[in-house]
Design a binder for this molecule. Structure first.
Ligand SMILES: *Cc1c(COP(=O)(O)O)cnc(C)c1O
Length: 237
């Protein structure tokens, strides 16, 4: 934010999975002019696909409403502010359907229960796996005191990428789906078109080769979580 302020740049936060997290008391998604949220199937709140745009500057409300309504002022028409609607700007059909919105709304109504359950799952993984991790040089996530966690994922950072592959196969053999994350974008075919090269982001490259996510979803039952924890602890290297 300091760099952006120095250069007069607007910040757009990718808050796709940061909803309900906070940094020094300030909720994620409220720092930039805009923030994006994802309701993809993998997120804490989900309607399958879709998302939201958070606008933290009133000057942009009206235009955003028009762009998402196919370039029309139909939203103003529905509110009775104009007596017919017409095309005013560029746009597309960015609205979620009522059916998907209903699915999402039902989750928003019980969001405290969802977040409490996710916190419980997170803390259980952290407490149960701590001794095993310490013995095997595996790093668990930490939450700094000045941050509130969104409890979106729980990951392990293995010592090297050979261990990552072997660990994922170990869990798969026990019918547990754990996945690596994330791909360093500068090394993808698209990133390479912009001159991305190995060594430009050494921390990212190292983490991508070592990180594994454990199963983590709202209705993960404790017996299933025990099975995951036991399978993790039976991996030795
Ligand atoms: C999930 C995710 C996205 C993609 O969200 P979509 O709804 O699929 O567009 C982007 N950025 C981050 C950090 C994410 O976690």
């Amino acid at each position: 934010m300091d760099i952006a302020a120095r250069h007069g740049l607007p910040v757009i936060e990718d808050n796709a999975h940061g909803l309900f997290g906070a940094y020094r008391g300030q909720p994620l998604g409220t720092f930039g002019k805009f923030a994006t949220l994802s309701f993809h199937e993998t997120k804490n709140l989900s309607c399958g696909e879709g998302g939201a745009l958070v606008i933290n500057d009133r000057r942009f409300y009206e235009r955003a409403e028009i762009i998402r309504e196919k370039g029309t002022d139909r939203s103003r028409f529905f509110r009775g502010q104009v007596d017919r609607y017409t095309w005013r700007d560029i746009g597309s059909s960015f609205l979620p359907s009522d059916i998907l919105a209903a699915l999402l709304w039902a989750q928003i109504e019980i969001v405290d229960a969802i977040q409490a359950k996710r916190r419980e799952i997170y803390e259980r993984y952290a407490a149960s796996l701590q001794p095993w991790a310490a013995n095997h040089g595996v790093i668990l996530p930490t939450i700094p005191d000045h941050c509130a966690c969104s409890y979106h994922l729980f990951y392990l950072l293995l010592p090297n990428s050979a261990a990552q592959g072997a660990f994922i196969r170990h869990l798969q053999a026990r019918r547990i789906n754990a996945v690596f994350h994330y791909q360093p974008l500068h090394l993808t075919p698209m990133g390479r078109q912009f001159d991305g090269k190995i060594g430009q982001c050494p921390v990212t490259e190292s983490a991508a080769g070592r990180l594994v996510r454990l199963p983590f979803y709202f209705d993960l039952e404790s017996a299933d979580q025990d099975r995951v924890i036991n399978a993790v602890q039976s991996f030795t290297f």
